[in-house]
Ligand binder design. Sequence first.
Ligand code: PMP
Length: 313
Amino acid sequence: MATPTLQRPRYVYYGGRVCLWEDAVFHISHEAVLRGLNVFEGLKGYWQPDGSFGIVALRRHFDRLRRSARLMYMPFDTSFEEFAAAIDALLTVQCDRQRDAWIRATLYGEEGHWGVGSTSNLVLTAYSTAPGRPAPVRAGVSTWQRAADLALPSRIKTSSNYQVARFAKFEGRARDCDDMILLNQWGRVAEGIGACVLIVRDGRVSTPPAWEGALESITLDVVEGLCRAAGIDFARRPVERSELCIADEIGLVGTLCEVTQVVALDGREVGQGPVLGSLAESYHLAATGVEPFAGLDIARMPGLTQGGNRPAT
Ligand code: PMP
């Protein structure tokens, strides 16, 4: 899987405008620094066949960011139009014409001791990604758990929820796994560390619902729609660990990883059956605009066209 965070882009959107990367800094007294207060979204944009640049499900990402902020009592008064314009402004000066982009939209807490007089700052960073479908991965089941809803709700996309991902990543590295799957407090499958989990058994697709400890995934809703359109049975239901071990196919689903096939789980080979292969292909064709799908909205960025976006200076 791509590791876009290793890039150091020239520009960042910070404090209401595009500025240089090195100028986007927080004070040590800010809530984001002191208590890790933030909520965020990971968005993906692809060059489309007509030369435009499109962001997948932009409105839905904005809505989820607003919901995460609401759950965390963080002020977020940016309108959808302002949000879209901010992404466009950043990509216009930075987007690589040969590559797609991954955009992280983070709302950082600044002022506000335990929520009194809170202020927040929307920051956008964009990283280029190689075109094409993500490579299959070797996965493992982590000994670390997704936190319970009453401890740290998995519905909130806040980086605190990714501390456990760090544990799992280190564990995975030691076990020769590219990615890891977290169980919930009941020992059933919750989700991946940055993706939801799909299994296929006898041609039927199943995925753990949000109340099993998964983020309310936007990509999963699209995949559900693709399954419906293809006549594939799709169920949101609890998935036990042993079912994962005997699944015909396993996939990871998310904005960045699209539908990534799992080729091995804890050393057991996992089949590369027809169901996830065709879903992965359909999703990618829809996201890249090659075969549009009504259930997947692509928001065009007005500042970018393949021939004409302003080069970064
Ligand atoms: N779970 C986690 C923990 C994630 O980080 C992501 C990626 N945002 C997902 C699931 C998939 O969500 P989405 O399809 O909305 O990207």
